[in-house]
Design a protein around this ligand. Sequence first.
Ligand code: ZN
Length: 120
Amino acid sequence: MLSISEDTHSQRVHFLWLQKQLDDSLYDQNEELYRKWRKSFNKYLKLKTKDWIMKSEANYVCRICEKKFKEGVFKEHSKECLELSEWKKQLKKKTEEIDKACDTAFERKQELRVTETIAR
Ligand SMILES: [Zn+2]
């Protein structure tokens, strides 16, 4: 428990230090320092914006497979994914047809066996 309170204490000290630094910068009458700070802040904002744009570019979500893509790749993927999903649908349909045919064949076989047993 002692380590936690020590941690909290050092965090509080660090926070107060940061607050003092910020106050010093904001209320300083030094124009030069203010300009420097503004320049750095603008640089930071530009980087942040670039980061957001990059992240938002990958925000195209395919409605078929629900994967995320960038705009450029998305159109191509969309076409391929639609084609693939059509194939999957057709394959599923064919599989169902085969299953149905197998069931029918099994029923016929059973019927034939019964008929054969009766005929004996
Ligand atoms: Zn897709």
